[in-house]
Design a protein around this ligand. Structure first.
Ligand SMILES: [Zn+2]
Ligand SMILES: [Zn+2]
Length: 250
C-alpha cells in the first residue's frame, strides 16, 4: 500500500508528456505578449513599476505555499480527477525527494506553468491604460512568472551543486535555497510550504497560517488533513536510511 513506483529506480517516475512541452511554450509566449502590451503604456516606464517586482515575487511565493500545502494536506492519490495528476507528485516527492533530479525540463515545469496560467492571463482582463489596472496587471503577471518557474526553483533547491548563476540567485535569496527547503523535508512535512523563494514562510509560520487554514477547511468540509500516513512512514524510513548511510560514511 501507499506510494508505489511504476518505473525502475534509474529513471524518473514522471516521464515526458507532449502536453508539458505545449503548456511551457504557451506560458512563455503569454509572458512575452504581456510585456508587449505593458510596453504600449507610457506609464509602464515609471519608477514605481519597479516596486511591483518584489511585490509580485512575494505573491508568487504565497501562492506556491497554498498550492503545495493543498497538495500535501488534502485528499489522496486516489482522489478522483486531481489525485493522480496533482496530489501524487507532492506525496511522491516526500518519499523520493531526489527523483525530480532525474527528470527533464518540460516534465519539471509543464504542469506548474499550466497552474500559473490564470495569473499570466489576468492582465488581459485589466484596463492597462489606468494606473490601478496597470499596477494590478503587472503585479499579477510577476506572480505568474514566479509561479510558472516554481518547480524549477524547487528542483534547484534539491541540487547539492546547482549552476553558478542559480547559486548566485539562491545566495541573494531571490529563489528558494537548499537549507530553507530542507526544513520542509523533515517528517511531518509541515514546515516551509512556500517554495518559490521562501519569503513568506517566516511570516506564515509566525501567524500560524496553515494550521488555522486546516482548522477552517476541516470545519467546513469535514475532511481530515493528511489522510495518507503511509507516505510519511515511507519518508521516515528513507530519512532513517539516509542518516544511517551518512553516519556510516563519516
Ligand atoms: Zn511537501
Ligand atoms: Zn522538495
Amino acid at each position: 500500500m501507499g506510494l508505489q513506483r511504476t518505473q525502475p529506480q534509474e529513471k524518473s517516475e514522471f516521464q515526458l508528456r507532449p502536453s508539458e512541452v505545449i503548456f511551457t511554450l504557451i506560458g512563455l509566449a503569454v509572458v512575452v505578449w504581456n510585456f508587449v502590451r505593458f510596453a504600449e503604456q507610457p506609464e509602464f516606464f515609471s519608477w514605481w513599476v519597479l516596486l511591483l517586482v518584489p511585490l509580485g515575487w512575494l505573491g508568487a511565493d504565497f501562492v506556491s505555499g497554498v498550492v503545495h500545502w493543498a497538495g500535501d494536506t488534502w485528499g489522496t492519490e486516489k482522489t478522483p480527477v486531481l489525485g493522480w495528476r496533482f496530489v501524487r507528485p507532492f506525496r511522491f516527492h516526500h518519499a523520493y525527494p531526489l527523483d525530480m533530479l532525474k527528470t527533464n525540463f518540460w516534465t519539471t515545469n509543464g504542469d506548474t506553468v499550466l497552474a500559473a496560467m490564470p495569473m499570466l492571463l489576468f492582465p488581459f482582463f485589466m484596463p492597462l491604460d489606468t494606473t490601478w489596472g496597470l499596477a494590478l496587471g503587472v503585479t499579477v503577471c510577476i506572480m505568474g512568472i514566479g509561479g510558472m518557474w516554481t518547480s524549477q526553483f524547487h528542483l534547484w533547491s534539491h541540487m547539492k551543486a546547482p549552476p553558478r548563476l542559480v547559486r548566485w540567485a539562491q545566495n541573494c535569496r531571490l529563489i528558494l535555497t537548499r537549507p530553507h527547503h530542507q526544513k520542509h523535508h523533515k517528517v511531518p512535512f509541515q514546515a516551509n510550504y512556500c517554495i518559490t523563494n521562501g519569503w513568506c514562510n517566516p511570516i506564515l509560520t509566525a501567524i500560524g497560517f496553515f494550521p488555522a487554514m486546516e482548522f477552517v477547511v476541516s470545519k467546513l468540509t469535514g475532511l481530515k488533513p493528511r489522510p495518507e500516513t503511509e507516505n510519511d512512514r515511507i519518508a521516515a524510513e528513507n530519512e532513517a536510511r539516509e542518516n544511517a548511510a551518512a553516519a556510516g560514511a563519516a
